[in-house]
Design a protein around this ligand. Structure first.
Ligand SMILES: [Zn+2]
Length: 441
């Protein structure tokens, strides 16, 4: 996070104060949103996409059409008020669905996002003897830079070591680093954590490494409560679904000590799109999250439809006043298995709910009439109960999703593509395989 002027410093202080105020405020502050939205409108009017957005103001917000993610991805440069080459940082989305979206960020973009997230995580990362190991990629995508910024801002000692950085990091290097640095907090994608855990279990090192670890912050991919509970037991640590957002929007929600995601309402104006229209965010409401980021500088966005179905929650025992949110994913998420719509979260709830599984691969035939579930064994676990665990997975799949597998089989090793876990990987690409040979007709 760059701060090399008095005005950058004042800006950082203002964002910090806004986040702290929002954390404890019970009433929605209309004056605050009116002034922030006014500034959003002025920045947006400088982009080709919002050139004709009209006069600023909270009342006009409700007359402004939503921006779809498809429109943004189709013409990403139209939404920029800063040329691609003029941002302080240049990022791209990983682009699982097509062409990467160019994402320049200014110093103010970086300051605002970093400080907003840091304030949300402050109770988790300060007030003790914390050291963070960041097992996330640094190249092209912003996620590792954000975590580094948060650690710097909160004064948490940290180091980055993405295990797939050829020529720099690998498992051996990370084990060596661990012995010296003794991390207490891991920032990691679920797929990488599963892979790492398996390697350490095979080497008999998990007990030693987990000794220093108190908390694990999962980000970059979907993580289900079942997966968090499973890995929490392995590592003897508290495991959190750390944040929600996208490279386009910035961070929208961050976890608290109770593993609930709180909306970052000081940094975003949130609405919910339901059948009846677009409404303010209130506890109990369900629909698609629509967000107007209040601090986006290089790429202002007005009423971005995230496409994700969410449920807004009520009070959280942590004491923060901002609403919690449960993200269910996109309506179009997932795929069809034997004629049944299956979402990642539902399937992973069943797979990881059965405990001690290091990964999975779904094999289907091209006619869609046959499906087999391959589960990667936990190397430290007895194989004697695999048949009964397979039966349990069959029962739960039938109850919750509505079909039965033609086979559930435990294997020693799945292809590494099932877990190399960059950020926002494609489920269909990583965890599905179409096989026709040797499949019963
Ligand atoms: Zn909370």
């Amino acid at each position: 996070m760059q701060i090399n002027s008095r005005s950058d410093f004042d800006f950082m202080e203002r964002i910090r104060q806004e986040a702290a105020d929002h954390h404890t405020r019970t009433e929605v502050d209309d004056t605050f949103y009116a002034s922030k939205l006014d500034a959003v409108w002025r920045r947006a009017a400088q982009t080709p996409a919002y050139r004709n957005i009209g006069p600023a103001g909270p009342r006009t917000l409700h007359e402004t059409p939503v921006t779809s993610k498809d429109a943004l991805k189709a013409h990403p440069l139209d939404y920029l008020r800063v040329p691609v080459t003029d941002g302080l940082k240049y990022y791209q989305t990983t682009g699982t669905t097509g062409v990467p979206t160019p994402t320049p960020r200014t110093a103010r973009d970086m300051i605002a996002n970093t400080v907003s997230v840091a304030e949300a995580w402050r109770p988790l990362l300060t007030g003790g003897d914390h050291r963070s190991l960041i097992l996330l990629p640094s190249d092209i995508v912003p996620v590792a830079d954000l975590i580094v910024g948060v650690c710097e801002f909160l004064g948490v000692p940290h180091t980055k070591a993405y295990p797939y950085t050829t020529g720099i990091s690998d498992w051996d290097r990370i084990v060596g680093l661990w012995e010296v640095f003794r991390p207490t907090t891991l920032f990691v994608a679920p797929g990488v954590l599963l892979q790492f855990t398996q390697v350490m279990k095979k080497r008999g090192l998990l007990d030693e490494l987990s000794g220093s670890v108190e908390q694990i912050m999962l980000l970059g991919e979907v993580s289900t409560p079942e997966l968090r509970s499973m890995v929490g037991e392995w590592w003897g640590a508290r495991v959190f679904d750390a944040s929600y957002g996208s490279t386009e929007s910035g961070t929208l929600a961050a976890c608290c000590a109770h593993d609930r995601l709180h909306l970052l309402g000081a940094a975003n104006y949130f609405e919910i799109a339901r059948g009846s229209g677009i409404d303010p965010v209130l506890p109990g409401r369900e629909g698609r999250l629509v967000v107007t980021p209040l601090n986006n500088d290089a790429r202002p966005l007005v009423r971005l439809d995230m496409g994700d179905e969410v449920t807004v929650g009520d009070r959280c025992p942590c004491g923060a006043q901002s609403p919690t949110v449960t993200v269910h994913g996109r309506g179009s998420d997932g795929t069809t298995i034997k004629g049944n719509r299956v979402r990642t979260r539902d399937l992973e709830g069943i797979v990881y709910g059965s405990r001690d599984v290091m990964g999975y691969l779904i094999e289907v035939n091209s006619r869609g009439t046959w499906a087999r579930l391959l589960l990667e064994r936990d190397p430290s676990r007895d194989r004697g109960d695999e048949a009964s665990r397979g039966d349990l997975i069959q029962r739960r799949t039938a109850e919750r999703i509505g079909f039965t597998w033609d086979e559930v089989r435990f294997v020693n090793r799945l292809p590494v593509t099932t877990k190399s876990g960059g950020s926002q990987k494609s489920w269909k690409r990583s965890n599905f395989n179409v096989v026709d040979e040797g499949v019963p007709a």
